[in-house]
Design a protein around this ligand. Sequence first.
Ligand SMILES: *Cc1c(COP(=O)(O)O)cnc(C)c1O
Length: 355
Amino acid sequence: MKIRPRDDIALMAGYHSPQLDVAVRLNTNESPLPPPAAFTDAVAAATRSVVWNRYPDRQAAELRGRIAARHGVTAEQVFAANGSNEVLQCLLLAYGGPGRSAAVFEPTYALHSHLARVTGTAVVEGERDDDFTLDLVAATTLIDSARPAVTFLCSPNNPSGTVAPRATVASLLDAVRSAGGLLCVDEAYAEFAPHSALELVDDETPVVVTRTYSKTWAMAGARLGYLIGPARLVAELEKVALPYHLDALKQAVGLAALDYVDEMQARVDAIVAERNRLSDRLGGLPVEVWPSGANFVLIRPLSLDGADVWQQLVDRSVLVRNCSTWPRLKGCLRVTVGTPEEGDRFLAALEEILA
Ligand SMILES: *Cc1c(COP(=O)(O)O)cnc(C)c1O
């Protein structure tokens, strides 16, 4: 076969999140619990009312309207897609591309730079401080000089859990605006955090906020995410999305979920409580623990090798994310918050390994 992929694609590693068959899976930041049974029943009923022989509503008008109402914005300010990863890809297709760049602050969510590269967008890398907070002076200098078309801020940041303070987001937005760019705040974990950048969004401000059903809504299996941003920007994203990219059943599923906000909130509250308990307990062990506003906690064993600890956890049927070889995360492990029972199993295994 003579045909070759684009040189830049051929050189890429691709995105992997290894799975293993273990009793306690705390590696991909999923919800430990499925959505409520009433939701599953509603989905079953929706399946019967889908008009299967017709294309779905291309605008996903009802779904966007309901998401908009939940956040106090207009349907024209909502763009929905197959997971927030597709949202990010559409954003880069429309606003990135050859001759343009995207800024990221590492260590952060790998998909931001990966999708930038896939769409032919140059990547400009800034660095977070050792405590994973954003150094505003360095960030502003980077934006002033590189003038990226899109600047990504992940808050709470995956994999560190760091929440950017309101003032930091506002200052970063000022820098982005002066440079003629767009700020994308990835809020995949916003519901677990104390505040959101949603209040900054209006039709004149170059800021968008992305959300997902994958984490909060316990619906990683459904692949649904969305963006809130200026209506004119949303209209541009619709041009690059594939026609009918949101199938009819997914639209129905996304709508059905919105009938269970209270149940979702109860689960979020339980996960936040469990996260705080885990962080407290970890604070008493010989590991470094970073403050988290998400449904996971980043740790670094102080005297043992991170990869060793990861393997020893696997040997005890507990799977966490091994970040120990990722740049700037030497020796680190990311632990998703599960049920209290899963948390206890993880803690018992870790205590045994560290003893
Ligand atoms: C999990 C995650 C997403 C979610 O992606 P989906 O495609 O919606 O599942 C987006 N951003 C960050 C930072 C994440 O950790």
